[in-house]
Design a protein around this ligand. Sequence first.
Ligand code: 8OZ
Length: 367
Amino acid sequence: MSEHSLLQPVQLGSLSLANRMVMAPLTRQRAKQPGNIPHALNAEYYTQRANAGVIISEASQICPEGQGYAWSPGIHSAEQVEGWKLTTEGVHAAGGKIILQLWHVGRISHPLLQPNGVAPVAPSAIQAKAECYVQEADGSHHRAACAMPRALETSELPGIVEAYAQGTRNALAAGFDGVEVHAANGYLLDQFLCSNSNQRTDAYGGSVENRARLVLEVVDAVVAATGDSGKVGIRISPMGTFNDVHDANPLETFTYLLNELNSRNLAYLHVNKPDWVGGTYEGFDDLLKTLRGIYKGTLILCGGMDAETGAQALESGLADLIAFGRPYIANPDLAQRVAAGAAWNQINPATLYGGGAEGYTDYPSME
Ligand code: 8OZ
């Protein structure tokens, strides 16, 4: 038994975890085509990383409209549910646990990714100064400016909430141990939360209560679909600016949201530091401390940490678990490396998105 703080067991809602290391959700764009179906290669990748206390899957679209990047996996079709079983069975056989991340990209998309080539949907018809990733009819693929979205009608919002609930039921049918609501990084739910992307005049825009309404309705529907709030987490990225979101008052917005989440008794709150897109975020550390004080449950912190800074975050009480993204891409045996005090492999940025086994399942474990 290692004394390392990262390697101490922990309870995460209904799940008993062997350690406090989380494999962060990581878009890798390697689902089988056509149909964005998880397959054996994805199962091999996740199973190699089952040493994490828990794996959070790459973001997975809950409906065809929720896709913003070519070849990202879905959790809406029967084939996708069957395909994901290879991953959940592999991870469980290796002694691990895995949660599925529920995703709708909102306006971070393009007609080339949308059913019938229509405009993507968003809280408001405001184009994001950001990029998605498209595949053309001739098979060529490239980054593309996000398209002008169509504002969702109020009457369409129950359908969005239901898609999250159905995605949850599908994830449980596929064998996942729980689900994470992706409310971070400028995708649909974050677009509703943040003031610059939400200029609605109905009950879902304007005041913080209104901007947070959809994400809370989604959380409640997802909890109802699992029947166990201890299997549900949520990811946020306060002060993040990735995908062109900007909230005028993150302290107010996230204080309200976290107070609401406190009464829902979720498995965890997952906070993504805004640092991974670069830039400086003056005041983030203070905001994080404040939010940590407000949130009463278990907190996972993600972003740019190593074994030492991760342990410090645990020991200072800032977080209860630490999520590792890039380190888990490059080190399938990351928990063993922490136990051994061994060096970490570095990622190859060229093989992050799309492709096959190279830069995916071929990173070496320790001797
Ligand atoms: C990087 C590239 C594509 C998608 C996120 C799902 O930011 C993502 C993502 C990140 O949450």
